[in-house]
Design a protein around this ligand. Sequence first.
Ligand code: SF4
Length: 226
Amino acid sequence: MTEKIKGAIIQRDRETYAIVPRSPAGIVKPENLENIIKTVRKYNIPIIKMTSGQRMVLVGIKEEDIDKVKMDLGMPIGEATAPCLHYVQTCPGTAVCKFGNQDSLSLGLEIEELYRAMDLHAKLKIGVSGCPRCCGESYMRDIGVFGSGKGWTVIFGGNSGGRPRIGDKIAKDLTKDETLDLIRRLLEYYWINGKSGERTARFMERIGFERLNSELLAAIPYIPTE
Ligand code: SF4
């Protein structure tokens, strides 16, 4: 995928584009859905595709329609290849699911709000799950979080792509504030020590958990030393 026009992805036919309206935590409001349907019909957009990141991609947009489609949608448009937060994938958690230990939807929305405008070395995906079953694919995302009866567990450096990697478990039994603080510290550390284009999985393979532990984690008071 390439992104010659910001927020629009050229398709295999080399003529049409796809755009991805942002749907934080996979939630879409009725008014957004109505706008999407109206816009898709108005511009004869042939495909609406659900992605693994809980987003809707509108596929087959003519180049001359891209700006008008964005305007008619009236929704923030997500990035496809830019080095930034692409999405926060979130399971329903205690809002809906009978297995939920923690409120993953609220946490996922808060994380999206905090980091959606942040520049990074590479694209970043976050998965938040309300219990250890990890329906939000927390171990396979750059940053993963899942809930238990004792709090939140944070994972870093996962990837489900061509070179998959299970993320490193960084800390467990955290409060929500500790979880948000740890995510901030991890992103700052990655920003300072990472390289341009380097995803967190490759970053962790290069620096290793021991270095992360000695330079960052050992200094964080709420992470227990074992
Ligand atoms: S991870 Fe747990 S809380 Fe979330 S949907 Fe799956 S079973 Fe439910």
